[in-house]
Design a protein around this ligand. Structure first.
Ligand SMILES: [Ca+2]
Length: 347
C-alpha cells in the first residue's frame, strides 16, 4: 500500500510540478496580456488591477492547469480548489511561487529540488548538485525515497565520483568527477586511446609499443574454427562460417574457394563441381532393375517402375486383389516404385 502511494505521488506530483510550473506561468502570462490592449490611462490601470486579482482570472488559470484528458490532475485541482483560492486572495503576493506554497508547504507532498523524504533533507552530494551531477537521487523532489544515488553509466560509488571499469577519470576532486569511456580495446585505461590501456580486453593484445591491437585468431598456429569452416577475423574477436557445400576445406566463400573438394565433388578448373555418379563406368546402383538418379554431391538408387525394394533386392510388384481392397479401405496413396531405397545425401 505504501509503495503504491509512493509511486502514485511520485509520478503524479512529478507531473503536477511540471504542470503547475508551466501552466501557472502560461496562465499568468496569457491572462496578464489580456488587458494590455492599448492606452495607459488611469482608468485602464484601475481596471487591470481589478482583473489582476479577480476570481475570474483565478478560474481562468485553474482551467489551464491540467490537460483536459488528465483525470488525476483535474481531480487534484478540484479537490484543492479552496487552497488555490486561499493562495490567490491571501498569499499570492507573499508566496508568489504557487508550486512551493501549495505542493511543498501546504499539502506537503513535494520537496524542493535536490531534497527528499518527510523532512526534505538534502540528497547525497547536496541539494545543489545531487549525486554530484552524475546520478539520480532516490526520492528527489518528493516526501519519499532514501536520498541515495543511482549513478549514471560510467560512474559508481556512494557519491558517484568514481569511474567504473572501462572508464577513466578525466577530472576528479571532492565534488566533481568526469569519467570517460576507454578505447574499445582496453579493459582498464588511463586515457582515451588504445595506447592508454592498462590491460587489454580479451581478443586484444599489446604490441611492441604497448598499445592494444586485435589478435588475429585465424592466423594462429591452430585456428579456432573446424576444418570445414572459414575463419573470419574481426576486431576483438573472430567468427567461423561454414565453407561452401562443395568444399571440405576452404579459404573463402563459394565453390571456387575450396582448398579441397567435399565428397561427391571434384575439381574442375579450380572449382569443385558435382560428380555425376550415375554416368561413371562403374555402376553405383548395382543389382537388377535398379536405377540411378544424380543429385548434388550424391546420387540415389531406386527400383525401376513395376518393382519394389525387398531387403535391397528389386522384385516385381505383386499387387494382389487383397492389396487393392486394402487400399480402397484406407484410401492411401500408393507409390508404384520405391524412391527411398538407398540414399547418399550430403556426404
Ligand atoms: Ca580478432
Amino acid at each position: 500500500m505504501c509503495l503504491f502511494f509512493f509511486f502514485f505521488f511520485f509520478f503524479f506530483f512529478a507531473r503536477i510540478d511540471l504542470l503547475l510550473r508551466l501552466r501557472v506561468c502560461q496562465g499568468f502570462e496569457r491572462t496578464a496580456k489580456k488587458n494590455f490592449g492599448g492606452g495607459n490611462t488611469a482608468w485602464e490601470e484601475r481596471k487591470l488591477s481589478k482583473y489582476e486579482t479577480s476570481e475570474i482570472r483565478l478560474v481562468e488559470i485553474l482551467e489551464t492547469l491540467c490537460e483536459s484528458s488528465s483525470f488525476e490532475c483535474n481531480r487534484m485541482v478540484e479537490e484543492h480548489e479552496e487552497h488555490f483560492e486561499t493562495w490567490w486572495f491571501r498569499w499570492k503576493t507573499e508566496h508568489p511561487d504557487l508550486f512551493k506554497w501549495f505542493c511543498i508547504n501546504t499539502i506537503k507532498v513535494c520537496c524542493p529540488k535536490g531534497t527528499y523524504g518527510p523532512d526534505c533533507n538534502a540528497c547525497v552530494g547536496g541539494s545543489e548538485r545531487p549525486c554530484h551531477g552524475n546520478g539520480l537521487c532516490d526520492g528527489d523532489g518528493t516526501r519519499g525515497g532514501q536520498g541515495t544515488c543511482t549513478c549514471n553509466h560510467g560512474y559508481q560509488g556512494e557519491l558517484c565520483l568514481d569511474c567504473v571499469e572501462g572508464y577513466f577519470s578525466e577530472e576528479r576532486n571532492d565534488t566533481h568527477a568526469i569519467c570517460t569511456e576507454c578505447h574499445t580495446s582496453c579493459k582498464t585505461c588511463a586515457g582515451p586511446s588504445n595506447g592508454d590501456c592498462e590491460d587489454c580486453k580479451a581478443g586484444w593484445e599489446k604490441d611492441q609499443q604497448g598499445a592494444c591491437i586485435d589478435v588475429d585468431e585465424c592466423s594462429a598456429q591452430s585456428p579456432p574454427c573446424k576444418e570445414d569452416q572459414l575463419c573470419v577475423n574481426t576486431d576483438g574477436s573472430y567468427s567461423c562460417k561454414a565453407c561452401d557445400k562443395a568444399c571440405s576445406r576452404c579459404r573463402g566463400e563459394g565453390p571456387d574457394q575450396c582448398l579441397a573438394c567435399a565428397e561427391g565433388y571434384q575439381d574442375e578448373d579450380g572449382t569443385c563441381a558435382d560428380i555425376d555418379e550415375c554416368s561413371l563406368p562403374e555402376r553405383v546402383c548395382p543389382g537388377e532393375h535398379r536405377e540411378c538418379v544424380n543429385i548434388k554431391g550424391s546420387f540415389r538408387c531406386f527400383c525401376s517402375s513395376g518393382f519394389e525394394d525387398h531387403g535391397g533386392v528389386c522384385l516385381e510388384s505383386q499387387e494382389t486383389e487383397a492389396d487393392e481392397a486394402d487400399e480402397m479401405h484406407t484410401g492411401a496413396d500408393s507409390e508404384p516404385t520405391s524412391l527411398h531405397t538407398v540414399e547418399h545425401e550430403d556426404l
